[in-house]
Design a protein around this ligand. Sequence first.
Ligand code: HEC
Ligand code: HEC
Length: 254
Amino acid sequence: MRPARPLGFVLVAVAATAIALVLAPRARAGVDHRSAAQVDVGQIYLADCAICHGSDGKGTNRAPSLVGVGRASLDYYLTTGRMPITNPAVELANPRTPISRHKPYYSPPTIIALEDHILALTGGGGLDIPIVDPHADRAPGGDLFRLQCAACHAWAADGGALLHIEAPSLHDATPTQIAEAVRVGPGQMPGFGTAAIDDHQLSQIVNYVTYLRHPQDRGGDPLWHLGPFSEGAIAWICGLALLIVTIRWIGEKT
Ligand code: HEC
Ligand code: HEC
């Protein structure tokens, strides 16, 4: 059987490419990996934000003023990749549809530097980033979640179009982003002050929301929650194993 060997080589080449893809550093389009020292955040503000929020941050007819907007809101919008809006025709088409979450456009140090720049530009003030206690009891958080959040985000935090507002799933938000959203009330979501939800209750809610992602885990195999990269790698390894079996099977037939 002449063609078997070349086919085997092709499969090996495919496998080698697959390994290279898994091991290669993954460049993410549009994501800035420079350190804060290397970028001029004033320039970023003018290039990416000023067209809508104004060069002085006081807003335009396209976007609200950032004066008095605290670090909590800036951080929520920048770390969830909601800002800058790069596709207003889509993102702002329907006021009922919230601006969607994206990969952040800037690295974490650039985000902090950009927040500093905007706060200096607008005179500062507003809410600071809330601090979450990872040890707060999540059971009372569940009661608060069902009372205050489930009407919009659904019982399992999967999101949905309830109460005539489309609310996103909460499964991608970090603990800090959850706390920021509760205090800030982004877009159509109401903000909750300390009178409605005190700082301890906020931590309880955050811990309940992150628990909702894997409520079925009762000491189960944690392998499957290693994150998208590891899970992708595992998929590749399974694919490679299949290729190797196929190559050996072809080899045995020659
Ligand atoms: C295409 C226009 C556009 C661009 C560009 C843009 N924004 Fe916005 N931004 C908006 C709109 C519209 C809103 C109101 C969104 C809402 O209410 O859901 C908003 C809201 C915000 C808010 C929330 C304000 C509040 O009241 O809490 C922050 C913070 C923000 N933007 C920061 C930024 C930053 C920082 C940049 C640049 C990196 C940026 N935006 C770029 C249109 C824009
Ligand atoms: C009236 C409906 C409503 C209620 C009540 C509500 N939310 Fe929201 N929530 C929204 C909407 C709409 C958004 C999208 C906001 C935007 O435009 O960025 C949102 C966004 C969020 C996000 C950001 C998710 C992401 O994309 O990463 C989090 C986290 C969140 N809400 C948590 C909560 C929690 C916790 C509560 C209860 C304390 C709550 N929400 C109550 C409507 C609601």
